[in-house]
Design a protein around this ligand. Structure first.
Ligand SMILES: [Zn+2]
Length: 167
């Protein structure tokens, strides 16, 4: 299923009203799933409110803001921590569990999260992580991915956040 994900990087304007996002201002990003394919769409706060009022459902969403040129790396980390919270405890949804797990590993590599323990075994295994910024603890289910699933999910994260590939 992840082979067909195609999440575009963040745009600079609202997908609904086409208003440009001012630098440093908040907007919303949402992932939608259609027949196994993922796409990312960005909305200004006003349109996002309208969509929520209309009861429009998304696979997941997070609040972000348009980068000011010099602070891009920090914005990435905040955006990712926000998405991690949004994907909280997705025990009944494998796609969310995979995305959350790969996102957590990436944040560990970025030193935004620290591994402080593990619990459970087999399919019930969880990692216990701590946010560097707040000390808040986060539990992440380990979905025991194949190498191929890992790489596909990591590639999607890179696309979603406009990251450069890292070793
Ligand atoms: Zn809009």
């Amino acid at each position: 299923m992840f082979e067909s994900w195609d999440i575009g990087r963040s745009g600079d304007c609202c997908a609904r009203c086409a208003a440009e996002f001012p630098q440093g201002r908040a907007f919303f990003s949402a992932l939608s799933e259609h027949q196994g394919e993922m796409s990312r769409t960005d909305f200004c706060p006003d349109c996002w409110e309208d969509l929520c009022a209309e009861g429009r459902g998304f696979f997941c969403f997070w609040r972000t803001r348009r980068a000011v040129a010099h602070d891009r790396p920090q914005v990435d980390a905040q955006e990712m921590l926000e998405l991690l919270d949004r994907l909280d405890r997705p025990t009944d949804d494998l796609q969310k569990a995979i995305l959350r797990f790969v996102l957590a590993l990436y944040l560990v590599r970025r030193k935004e999260l620290k591994l402080v323990g593990a619990g459970g075994t087999g399919q019930q295994e969880t990692l216990l992580l701590e946010k560097r910024s707040s000390g808040e603890r986060v539990e992440v289910h380990n979905p025991h991915l194949t190498e191929g699933q890992m790489q596909a999910a990591a590639a999607q994260l890179n696309l979603a956040f406009g990251l450069k590939a890292e070793a």
